[in-house]
Design a binder for this molecule. Structure first.
Ligand code: ADP
Ligand code: MG
Length: 328
């Protein structure tokens, strides 16, 4: 067994749209996930999170870089050679409605991976489906129903059941609760946490909302315009954010402790992120960074550190941050 279930190295994805425009959606991303670990990949819309997820699942081909699953380089595998990998890696999509075939019953949808990989059929498949439906908190009668008869929360439970029925090693969950009513988001998040504890799969959990991964993730990677700007253990990221962008993201989220909330200075980002067709020179964040210096406008910062890594010229080797939020 490899040390990492997923290892992404120097991943680049450029989309060539009409004309000479190139969208630099992912611009050199490296990340790794250990067995049983949850990595929260966080960033604003358009920062390239979904593209990373799609490259991991080979739903799109990377422009450069490598993706390893359980130590095996899958970057250039043929469709056929990818087949066994697809037993180990599954995706949970944001929109549980458009990702479920409207003409299949819930039972057929959840059991489809078993048939596709010829792992079970007939009564055996039915039993496995029933077990999985129960595991995600759905009544067995729902197996006979169709997706349109279910609520959003129930549909996302179906999506989870289908993704987990093969007991995969890795789940890529792309904004799995963002399309749900706020009232059901917490119950689906709790379910994912329970399932993850019980079944022990690793998870790349993609979200634009840092608060969603506060309780779920072991580690966090913060993305900005195609690059990871900071990554580390969850509690370190929340207690000691070092990159000005991470500090801004955190200062936008309310703190549970009202005293800390009052003491904190809010870092408000002005404007929108630049377009990934024309990313700024140097640090991608420099155009919105309240503390940028000349060097930031010419030289891209490397992601430095051990365990807790930051890509910022203003963060010293000891990890002193630009003090946007600490003690102010
Ligand atoms: P996120 O998931 O963080 O919102 P995405 O990975 O979906 O970001 O998108 C990153 C950038 O790539 C965005 O600017 C988006 O418009 C662009 N993009 C995504 N998919 C395509 C595509 N198929 N063709 C062209 N551009 C794309
Ligand atoms: Mg996305």
């Amino acid at each position: 067994m490899s040390e990492f279930v997923l290892e992404v190295t120097d991943l680049v994805k450029h989309y060539h749209t009409g004309g000479r425009q190139v969208v630099r959606a992912v611009d050199g991303v490296s990340l790794a996930i250990r067995p049983g670990e949850v990595l929260g990949l966080v960033g604003e819309s358009g920062s390239g999170k979904s593209t990373v997820g799609k490259c991991v699942l080979r739903l799109t081909d990377p422009t450069a870089g490598t993706v390893r699953v359980d130590g095996r380089d899958i970057t250039a595998l043929s469709r056929r050679a990818m087949r066994p990998v697809r037993r180990d890696v599954h995706m949970v999509f944001q929109d549980p409605f458009s990702s479920l075939n409207p003409r299949m019953t819930i039972g057929q949808i959840v059991g489809e991976p078993l048939r596709h990989h010829r792992l079970a059929s007939g009564r055996d498949a039915k039993e496995q489906v029933a077990t999985m439906l129960d595991r995600v908190g759905l009544r067995p009668e729902l197996a006979q129903r169709y997706p349109h008869e279910l609520s959003g929360g129930q549909r996302q439970r179906v999506g989870l059941a289908r993704s987990l029925i093969l007991r995969p090693k890795l789940i890529v969950a792309d904004e799995p609760v963002s399309a749900l009513d706020v009232s059901v988001q917490a119950s689906v998040l709790n379910l994912i946490a329970d399932l993850q504890q019980d079944m022990g799969f690793s998870c790349l959990f993609i979200t634009h909302d840092l608060s969603v991964v506060e309780f779920l993730a072991d580690r966090i990677a913060v993305m900005y315009l195609g690059r990871i700007v900071e990554t580390g253990p969850r509690e370190r990221i929340f207690a000691d954010p070092r990159h000005p962008y991470t500090q801004a993201l955190l200062s936008a989220a309310p703190l549970p402790d009202p005293v800390r909330q009052r003491e904190r200075r809010r870092v408000v980002l002005s404007g929108d992120p630049p377009s990934p067709t024309h990313p700024p020179a140097g640090c991608h964040f420099q155009t919105r960074c309240p503390v940028a210096v000349d060097r930031c406008r010419s030289e891209p910062p490397a992601l430095l550190g051990t365990d807790h890594l930051t890509a910022c010229h203003l963060v010293t080797a000891e990890g002193d941050a630009p003090l946007l939020t600490k003690g102010t």
